[in-house]
Design a protein around this ligand. Structure first.
Ligand SMILES: NC(=O)c1ccc[n+]([C@@H]2O[C@H](COP(=O)([O-])OP(=O)(O)OC[C@H]3O[C@@H](n4cnc5c(N)ncnc54)[C@H](OP(=O)(O)O)[C@@H]3O)[C@@H](O)[C@H]2O)c1
Length: 265
């Protein structure tokens, strides 16, 4: 049975390129998006030949509004689209206090604004159709904000929160959404950020193919949040439960007693 088309951003390298390969292997036609025209052309030709699917390259610099509009127009105009995979993203060069402010703003725009635009556009279209799926690549740093560049961490926390919140609206419409939280994954992101990949402990570094295989297995199992490294899933379940325990205490008429501000009417 035809799977329809998957549109993948950041498909010219790393995690996005592996998604392109794996989804072509699952029989999806593809629209692959990134800036590098030549790489997209080589990849689309190879995947079409090897998997017998249709692969269209859609070159776009998503940080430019005209190019982003091309991609949203594709989402809106192609009735065969059944899946959006948001992989385009950049990492930081150094800590937030020393990184170039412009690079941090660019990172927020690409990792947050662009992903938000594409996700909400696709969510509305898929909800209207009553089918479809969105996969958002976040990061484990969303769960450990003290351990990485503040801006990058916050951008990935946005992706996680957006995904979990939208799932509440999308589930009744028959639309799937998943946040994938990779740990260190062997891709070009480190080179691009000027980080020596060999300085990272290799027992913390997963190959991109293994990461995506696990993420797709998590998708098949119906997971909303997939953490490929996490062997003991009860640790995540306890974290979600703790949030649930906290929830009834977070918005009340009066301030907590420990602030000692006295009783108010
Ligand atoms: N690798 C890790 O350790 C790791 C861990 C957790 C999360 N992630 C996340 O995984 C995602 C994919 O990263 P990766 O590790 O696969 O890195 P990567 O190999 O550097 O891939 C990044 C992709 O984004 C594209 N891209 C960058 N800027 C773009 C722009 N302005 N417009 C369109 N496309 C753009 C790049 O293509 P062009 O240069 O051709 O445009 C490339 O295809 C990112 O969101 C990243 O934050 C990575």
């Amino acid at each position: 049975m035809a799977k329809g088309t998957a549109l993948i951003t950041g498909a010219s390298s790393g995690i996005g390129a592996v998604y392109a390969e794996k989804l072509a292997g699952r029989g999806f036609d593809l629209v692959i998006v990134a800036r590098d025209v030549e790489r997209l052309a080589i990849l689309s030709k190879r995947l079409a030949q090897e998997h017998g699917v249709s692969v269209a390259a859609l070159p776009a610099d998503l940080s430019r509004s005209a190019d982003l509009a091309k991609v949203t127009a594709k989402l809106q105009g192609d009735d065969s689209l059944r899946m959006l995979v948001n992989c385009a993203g950049i990492g930081p060069k150094g800590p937030a206090l020393t990184a170039e402010p412009e690079r941090l703003s660019d990172m927020v725009y690409l990792n947050v604004d662009v992903l938000h635009t594409l996700t909400t556009v696709a969510a509305r279209i898929f909800a209207d159709r009553g089918e479809g799926a969105i996969i958002n690549i976040a990061s484990v740093v969303a769960l450990m904000p003290e351990h990485f560049n503040a801006t990058y961490v916050a951008s990935k926390a946005f992706v996680l929160a957006l995904t979990e919140a939208l799932e509440v609206e999308l589930k009744p419409k028959g639309v799937r959404i998943q946040a994938v939280l990779p740990g260190f994954t062997r891709t070009e992101i480190f080179d691009r950020a000027g980080i020596d990949i060999n300085a990272i402990p290799q027992d913390m570094m997963m190959d991109a193919a293994e990461m995506v295989d696990a993420a797709l297995a998590g998708f098949d199992q119906g997971e909303i949040v997939t953490i490929p490294s996490l062997a003991d899933v009860t640790l995540w379940q306890k974290y979600v439960e703790a949030r649930g325990t906290l929830a009834p205490h977070l918005s009340l008429k009066h301030a907590a007693g420990r602030y000692a501000i006295g009783q108010r009417p």
